[in-house]
Design a protein around this ligand. Sequence first.
Ligand SMILES: Cc1cc2nc3c(=O)[nH]c(=O)nc-3n(C[C@H](O)[C@H](O)[C@H](O)COP(=O)(O)O)c2cc1C
Length: 369
Amino acid sequence: MTDTTTRTTAASRLFTPARLGPLHLPNRLVMAPLTRNRATADGVPTPMMATYYAQRASAGLIIAEASTPNAVGQTYPNITAIHNAAHVAGWRQVTDAVHAAGGRMFLQLQHGGRVGHPDNSGLVPLAPSPIPLPETIHTPSGRRPAVVPREMTSDDIRTTVADFAAAARNALAAGFAGVEVHSANGHLLHQFLAKNTNHRTDAYGGTVAGRIRFVAEVVRAVADAIGPDRVGLRISPGNTVNGIQEDDTDDIYPALIAALADSGLAYLHVAFADPDQPVYQEIRKHWPGTLIANPVLPDPLPADGGRHESERLLSAGADLIALGRPFLANPDLVARLRTHAPLNPVRSKYLMYVGGETGYTDYPSLPAR
Ligand SMILES: Cc1cc2nc3c(=O)[nH]c(=O)nc-3n(C[C@H](O)[C@H](O)[C@H](O)COP(=O)(O)O)c2cc1C
C-alpha cells in the first residue's frame, strides 16, 4: 500500500460512523473537553453554554468540559460542577439544546486535588500528599501562590470515590449519555499515579499497584453507578503539566490498563497521543476497547486543523480522534475538515478561559450550501 493510499483510506474513516457504548456516532471526530469558565460562581452552566455546545453538535461526540464532583474538587473560578440540583438543571438546558441540534454528549468529571485554592472553593484542597503545586493559581483576585493541600485520609478517599459515583448519576439525570473520568493533566487522579505527588505509605501509594488503586476504584465505582458502557477514562501518559513527574510512565499506564481492561468501559482517551511513542503503542496493543486519541498539535494550530495528525493516529489504530482548539474556533469543524475548507484561528488565548459571548459563541460557521 502506498503512502497516498494509506492517507486516503484513513481520511475517509474520519467521517465514517462508529459505535461508542450506547451511542451511534455519525463520524469519528470528538470534541475534547475544554474548560471555558463561563459557569456561574457556583458552577451552574449558563444559557450561553447551551448555545456554544449546540453550535458544535455535528461532532461525533462532545465531551463537555471538566466538572467538579464535589465542592473541594473545584480548580478555578467559574468552572462547572455537577454535585447539586442546580448544576443538574443547568446542564439539562445544555444537553437539551445539543440533542435538539442532533448531537451527543458525555461530561468530564474532574477533581482538581492540589490544583485548587481556598479563594476559589472556600476549602483547603485535598491531595494524595501535602505537596503544593509549584505554580501560582488563578483566583478571582488574580494569580495567587498555591497552598499546601491536606493529605487525604482513608475516609476522604471513600467519600471522594462516592462523590464521583454520585456525580456520574447526576450527569445522567442531566441528560448526558455518559461520563469521562479525568485522570490526566495533573489533577487529583493523576496526582495519585505520579511519584512526585504521591508520597503515601498506605495502600494508595508506593508501588505501581498502590498508585493506580485510587484511579481504578473511582472508575469501578462510576461504572457500577451508571454502567461501564457509559464511562470513559482520560489519561495523559508522561505529561508534566501542573508539576507532574511520573518517572515510571512505562510501568504505570500498562498496569492501569491491565487493571481496567476487562471492565467493559466505553473508551480510553489518551491526551497528547503520539503514535511514535512506545507507551502509546503499548496502550493501543493492550487496551481491548475503543481508543480515543487526542493528537499533539502545535500552537498556533496547523492550517489543516490537525487533520493529517488525526489520520496518522487512525492509521496507527485509534478508533476516534479528539480535537480541542480546532473545535473551540470552528463550530462546524467536521464539515470544514471534510471539505478541506479554511479554518478560523483561535482568536485570543485570554478569551479561552475568561469572558462572555466574545471569543466563545461568536466564532462563525461557513454559510450552509
Ligand atoms: C481552553 C482549554 C481548556 C481545556 N480544558 C480541559 C478540560 O477541561 N479537561 C481536559 O481534560 N483537558 C482540557 N484541555 C486540554 C484539551 O482537552 C486538549 O487535550 C488540548 O487542548 C490539546 O488538544 P488540541 O491541540 O486539539 O487543542 C483544555 C485545553 C484548552 C486549550
